[in-house]
Design a protein around this ligand. Structure first.
Ligand code: ADP
Length: 385
């Protein structure tokens, strides 16, 4: 396999930025072009070249393809039909566009799990115009149901927990095709990152325990290794691997899992790209999720996924009370430390719930890690500048 000289990245957000940061160290000789709607994006300072255009537009995607030996994406909401055609024309696209076809529609994704024997929360697919008959709702246990828009949602947008009685009355939070899912009480959320190289070899990362903000639904805090039994760790990695293998594609994937209070392990969803749940791997693991994806794109063998030491990550998110230019007020104190790593994404303006950066904390024991991370989490302040 020839090493590519030019790689095209569809999307210039923070995931693209961190992929480019890894590439700057590991493959400075390769030329990386980023397609994004504007120069004002996190990836721009690290890209060899920017292509300004739409991530959904056929001619813009083709322009990027024409100057790239390999294409990848850092966001799912892109023009998949063009990518399918480009692949037929012989372009190497990692992951394969067929993966996006499954992931872009949460209904199709749930059917994929069902058809591949991968455990997932019980669900039904409905159109909001037709009231679901009571019998359908009875398939989902409990008095609450999670309604998910099948397409277009991200970071909890397009996900609402409602009472079954609301649905029986025809009151949906969204219109159109939706996925109704059983609400999992007291759920523990894990993620397992899985990498598949171009030869089909696979590795999994140690499991990650995630905590979400109940209002914004954004990951707020996570750490690895997760505090679960060896058996749950092993099964979680096996289930995540089985789900990813079913996609039959190289790439870097994050599998989000629900651990129910009965100890069942259900796949919630998969992201076919680096993911917020893997940001701690930059300092926490031998090979970060970004370096791993870069290796896959370059056709190299997979790197070790071992954890160097327990690691936590705290998202730095725009506060509710203001929008505009900002600064992270405590950064100077933390910059001196060798166990705290600040990653700000260079976004000029904050908005409520906008992901502005993240902070990784490392420690020699889990106990020390959780205490340190809690202190940092409580001290983060975004202030107007
Ligand atoms: P998104 O694709 O926007 O991230 P998810 O389907 O992952 O949406 O849902 C976002 C969050 O909502 C999950 O991480 C979890 O905290 C909560 N959630 C989603 N589905 C369920 C469920 N069936 N039971 C309990 N909580 C859920």
């Amino acid at each position: 396999m020839q090493t590519p000289k030019n790689i095209g990245i569809i999307g210039g957000g923070q995931l693209g930025m961190m992929l480019l940061q890894a590439a700057a160290v590991d493959s400075p000789e390769v030329n990386y072009t980023v397609l994004e709607g504007s120069e004002d994006c996190p990836a721009q300072p690290f890209a060899d070249q920017m292509l300004i255009g739409s991530l959904k537009n056929d001619s813009d995607l083709r322009k990027l393809a024409s100057i790239s030996d390999v294409l990848t994406w850092e966001i799912e909401h892109i023009g998949v039909e063009t990518l399918v055609e480009l692949e037929k024309e012989g372009k190497t696209i990692i992951p394969y566009p067929s993966v996006l076809k499954i992931i872009q529609d949460k209904g199709v994704q749930k059917l994929f799990y069902r058809n591949h024997g991968i455990p997932t929360a019980p669900f039904v697919l409905v159109n909001t115009k037709s009231h679901p008959p009571k019998e359908i709702l009875n398939e989902l246990k409990g008095s609450k149901v999670v309604v998910k828009a099948r397409t277009g949602g991200y970071d909890g947008k397009g996900v609402q927990i409602v009472n079954k009685s609301e649905l029986e009355a025809g009151n949906y939070p969204f219109e159109g095709e939706v996925l109704l899912e059983q609400f999992v009480e007291d759920v523990l959320e894990l993620a397992v990152i899985v990498a598949v190289d171009q030869q089909g070899n696979t590795v999994t990362y140690p499991s990650i325990e995630m905590y979400f903000n109940p209002k914004s639904n954004l990951v707020e805090f996570l750490y690895s290794p997760a505090q679960v039994s060896e058996e749950v760790e092993k099964l979680s990695r096996e289930i995540a691997l089985k789900a990813v293998k079913g996609l039959e594609s190289p790439g870097l994937f994050a599998v989000e899992l629900f651990i129910t209070s009965q100890g069942e392990i259900w796949v919630n969803e998969m992201a076919p790209r680096p993911h917020n749940s893997g940001h701690h791997t930059i300092e926490g693991c031998v090979t970060s999720q970004f370096a791993q994806l870069n290796r896959i794109l370059l056709g190299k063998d997979l790197g070790s996924t071992d954890l160097l030491q327990p690691s936590a990550m705290i998202n730095v998110v725009g506060p509710e009370d203001f929008s505009g230019t900002y600064f992270l007020s405590n950064a100077a104190d933390w910059e001196q430390r060798n166990d705290v790593f600040i990653h700000m994404y260079g976004k000029t303006e904050t908005r409520p719930d906008r992901k502005l950066g993240h902070i990784t904390v490392t420690a020699s024991s889990l106990e020390e890690l959780l205490e340190k991370a809690e202190n940092i989490k409580n001290a983060i302040r975004i202030k107007p500048s």
